[in-house]
Design a protein around this ligand. Sequence first.
Ligand code: FAD
Ligand code: UDP
Length: 366
Amino acid sequence: MYDYLIVGAGLFGSVFAYEATKRGKKCLVIDKRDHIGGNVYTENIEGINVHKYGAHIFHTNNKQIWDYVNNFAEFNRYTNSPVANYKGEIYNLPFNMNTFNKLWGVINPEEAKQKIKEQRNAANITQPRNLEEQAISLVGTDIYEKLIKGYTEKQWGRSARELPSFIIKRLPVRFTYDNNYFNDRYQGIPVGGYTAIIEKMLEDVEVRLDVDFFEEKEELEALAEKIVFTGMIDQYYNYQFGFLDYRSLQFETTVMDKENFQGNAVVNYTDRETPYTRIIEHKHFEFGNQDKTVVTEEYPMEWKQGLEPYYPINDDKNNKIYKMYKELTNNESNVIFGGRLATYKYYDMHQVIGEALHAVSKEFKD
Ligand code: FAD
Ligand code: UDP
């Protein structure tokens, strides 16, 4: 009946469905949630596009991917510049001359570099082996203690010494007075929210919501020639090599009867004691001037069955388990695995789109 059964109406599944439909294929997209969009889903509350699953800022260096998403929406000029609140002290992020000046009173790049060098030498780090050593080696112990350690240990529920260094390398370290959180050439927020992008992608595609693949696996598999699977890889293989770890989140959203709560879209709480990692004030993503405001606190927690698996934990233990599952996927000729959960990768949106377009060109040999 269908050429493709696509499990997951997130970005990967939606890009694949759009491209396959464009090539004359018949697709059925299912999602266990009651809406499309996966984690990029936005919902309008009080005239404000609320990022229901955490702040999503689109950024990429790849012109093709930027042009691609611009086919589905207009992007505004938003530049992400979060601030960190450490016990009431406010610092600019990512780590740049504004941060160094506030912390140490240094004025020019050479003084900042000298300060970091002293702290790195005192810590005696030559080859960073984990997130803590990587962070100290990049920005020194003061910044590590105030802006990284507490946030990281809350976010991941593990000591920074047990975490891979690549996680901290996501953040730029700059010796200029530039608070842009990303180095990428293109950045913005889709005017009207992300859900509208996914709606456009799925305009001509049959979608069934509130359908869990694993609850009707045999019937669903019988409907299509091939499957595109974007759910959890360990669940697909019935956890036969054990459970992969994920971090989950709880979002506490409040509508406030005031115009401006925190003056910025993203404020990170970098101490260990505050139980949430960040507060998002959604209207600032689109420079909103509504009378009310909507804010969301983000509480990290360990994933267990029944919770949403938001972040893969790419430490050695989990990467080893993932590798075993990955080997099984190599024997599947009728299933395509893609997206953050099926490939167990800490992917951003542009990477998921890139991966989906790659899967499309491989599948349709164009
Ligand atoms: P998902 O969006 O997770 O979609 C998978 C879909 O599959 C889900 O809708 C799920 O319900 C469905 N599904 C799973 N299992 C089943 C099943 N058994 N049956 C039916 N359906 C199923 N990226 C950026 O570029 N910039 C950002 O600022 C950014 N911020 C983020 C903040 C947070 C808090 C999080 C968690 C992620 C953020 N990301 C960001 C990453 C971004 O969300 C992902 O890269 C992208 O959404 C992944 O798309 P996906 O299709 O792989 O997965
Ligand atoms: N991080 C930190 N302090 C901050 C912001 C980030 O220590 O104020 C670290 C933390 O370990 C986090 C990682 O940098 O998990 C990556 O941050 P990013 O903002 O990219 O995380 P995401 O938005 O994907 O949750």
